[in-house]
Design a protein around this ligand. Sequence first.
Ligand code: ADP
Ligand code: MG
Length: 294
Amino acid sequence: MSGAAGPAMSAAGPSQGANRSPSGGSAAANAASVGAVLGASIEGRGITKRFPGRHKTFTAIEDVTFTINAGEFVSLIGPSGCGKSTLMLIAAGLTLPTEGEIIVGGRRLEAPITDVGIVFQDHLLLDFRTAIDNILLQHQVRGLPLDKGREDTLALMQKIGIAHASDRYPRQLSGGMRQRVSIARALIHQPSLLLMDEPLGALDAITRTQIRHDLELLWLETRKTVLFITHSVEEAVGLSDRVLVMSPNPGRIVEEIVIDLPRPRPAHLGEYPTFNAYAERIHDAFRRLGVIKY
Ligand code: ADP
Ligand code: MG
């Protein structure tokens, strides 16, 4: 990904926001309110999520309150099973909280939002479509013009360093390239929000560092509101404006750490003496929570 601005990543793109409002407002009215201004905020108020079980109800997350400001990059870090993915699904309106509320762009969610890009740990590409056609799926699903879409997609693929592979099928791509395609698919419709659930988790360390850097440059250019889920301290500190630390089950936000490091951040974060201090604060929180015992 170069720093050059391309049409696909221009900051003030059209919004496809169309979440339904609790008051039953029209999709067009909601489109204007969710994400018409680049980078809608995400606010969770007293969110608890319970899942009914055969014998008893399981509380996955409990009383979680947080704000991610418009254009901010926030990581959520916590041990496996603490409820990170559940919270992300709630932020996308894909599942509703049992208690509390989630507010995106000033509107309480009652249904899935569309002004959002989501990247999962698994690339989830369709194996029978080429890289470019996987990205263009967004246009087809959303009913957006395909000719312009193809042009924008190629420009974005260029920026993300995968243009040369546009006609390859997922099986012909490396893990890192597949994940770049998924990132492009999440961004091509210029959403206000980017939700990423351990997007680099399955990659080797070198690829992870490179994509982390590329992602940071892309974010610097577009300033999406990002919720980035990870269990890597290095990724959290390397990418974020703020890190929210979650406790083991039931997941609660127990600490918030503002990461005041210049951007773009280097591959080797240890270049900053303060990096180690931030990393240590996260480790300390995990020690207090009994997540790490040394
Ligand atoms: P994380 O992403 O932090 O690893 P998850 O959000 O996936 O954690 O899950 C948190 C807890 O909630 C886990 O114990 C998981 O088994 C449980 N859980 C998640 N989704 C469901 C569901 N749909 N039904 C029942 N339990 C669930
Ligand atoms: Mg998860």
